[in-house]
Design a binder for this molecule. Structure first.
Ligand code: DDK
Ligand code: ZN
Ligand code: ZN
Length: 416
């Protein structure tokens, strides 16, 4: 007993439990070239966590820059901002309180809940129970294991059929800290199953097509944000020659890999990895989509935050061959989303709408031949950022459902 207790204490002491007391999130508004240079210099000299854009190289004039600043640098940063007359505001006064405030005060259900941020283990047991209880409409398969050995379980929704059906592939949780994303995939599965038979669009969709849903792509990172560091973004892979962990899975796909908006520094949050598909999680997804390329008609990937509906390209400023159609569908989807609660989304190609960034899954899928390829950046626009309160899970998922269903209906209508 004593030994167990001792072991427990040792494990506790060794666990990385990053806390964020007194740390702030600032929104900077650079309007001069000097401001941009200043932000980049700041990033090189002190430890700043870029929330939006996700690294300093992506900072340009006239965009909002959201940065999380550790307590020890607050005075310097504030002095620099004022000395250089850079407009700014404090988005989050105290990051640790915001992290705690994100979780509702409702008694925490021991089981899975659609209106809470579920741990990886809870999502995993939810996947298993969903797949075993609705065998007519849903099945699961593992597309591989993560770096740390967690299963990547894919759900297949669709009325069983003897013929091969065209399909839509959707993943959530590429980035670990974007918790609203896996929450949406879980919501989607629930809604699909519960409205099949009553909602005519969902019924027809699942009769004619299959929808593959990967609720959590970056399983190791997601688990790590629940257990150790809420602000983690990347995978958890280790490499020789660097003590820094992980690569950005959304910079690791083979689409203009590491040419722009990505870093070759393993310590960066946008590290592109040692080569395209070096991250097993990206490779497992790419392998699945390659294997099923002839049936996959649309690819949807869900992130947060910024309220954007993006499509190719991000690795180049060139317009996609089907740009006009991609834009038309995105605008229809955004309008559908907005019709529920008035939430405004901006649609457009990644490179000009958010920032140039190579190695994204959407660009890769599109170039492979998946004609309808979209990246959602869900709520909000920065008030809570990654720490969107649980009270917003339901409205966010409800409105996003309308956009995803809009895209699905369009794809279904244009199958043949
Ligand atoms: O990966 C990113 O930095 C954001 C989501 Se957090 C999306 C960037 C645009 C789509 C990538 N092709
Ligand atoms: Zn993301
Ligand atoms: Zn983001």
């Amino acid at each position: 007993m004593k030994v167990l207790l001792l072991l427990g204490l040792v494990a506790f002491a060794l666990a990385d439990n990053t806390r964020f007391e007194g740390e702030k999130v600032f929104r900077l508004k650079p309007v001069l070239d000097e401001h941009v240079t200043l932000i980049k210099d700041l990033a090189n000299s002190i430890e700043v966590d870029f929330w939006r854009p996700e690294n300093a190289e992506l900072v340009t004039i006239d965009i909002d820059v959201d940065i999380h600043v550790p307590a020890m640098y607050l005075d310097i940063v504030s002095t620099i901002l004022h000395q250089n007359d850079m407009e700014h505001e404090v988005l989050i006064e105290d990051l640790q309180s915001a992290i705690e405030g994100q979780i509702d005060n409702r008694p925490s259900p021991r089981t899975h809940s659609y209106t809470k941020y579920n741990s990886f283990d809870k999502v995993q047991s939810w996947i298993n129970s969903m797949a075993s209880s609705n065998s007519d409409l849903i099945s699961k398969q593992t597309i591989g294991n993560s770096y740390e050995g967690r299963p990547m379980t894919l759900l297949k929704l669709g009325k069983k059929s003897s013929s091969v059906k065209p399909a839509i592939f959707m993943d959530c949780g590429i980035h670990a800290r974007e918790w609203i994303s896996p929450a949406f995939c879980q919501w989607f599965v629930k809604e699909a199953l519960s409205t099949y038979g009553s909602d005519s669009q969902m019924t027809s969709l699942l009769n004619e097509m299959d929808v593959y849903v990967l609720p959590v792509l970056n399983v190791d990172g997601y688990d790590y944000t629940h257990k150790s560091n809420r602000m983690w973004r990347k995978t958890r892979s280790r490499r020789s020659g660097s003590s820094c962990i992980g690569a950005d899975p959304n910079r690791n796909f083979n689409a203009g890999w590491c040419t722009v908006g990505a870093s070759s520094n393993p310590c960066s949050d946008t590290y592109c990895g040692s080569r395209a598909e070096s991250e097993i999680e990206a490779k497992n997804v790419a392998d699945f989509i390659r294997r099923n390329k002839s049936i996959i008609k649309a690819y949807i990937t869900v992130h947060s935050y910024s309220q954007l509906l993006l499509f190719p390209y991000s690795y180049t400023f060139e317009l996609a061959a089907t740009h006009n159609e991609l834009m038309k569908v995105a605008e229809g989807a955004s309008a559908a989303l907005r019709s529920l609660y008035g939430t405004r989304y901006t649609s457009g190609p990644g490179a000009t709408t958010i920032y140039p960034a190579a190695g994204g899954s959407d660009d890769w899928a599109y170039d492979l031949g998946v004609k309808y390829s979209y990246t959602f950046e869900l709520r909000d626009t920065g008030r809570y950022g990654f720490l969107l309160p649980e009270s917003q899970i339901k409205p966010t998922c409800e409105e996003t459902m309308l956009a995803v269903k809009y895209i699905a209906a369009y794809v279904q209508k244009n199958l043949y």
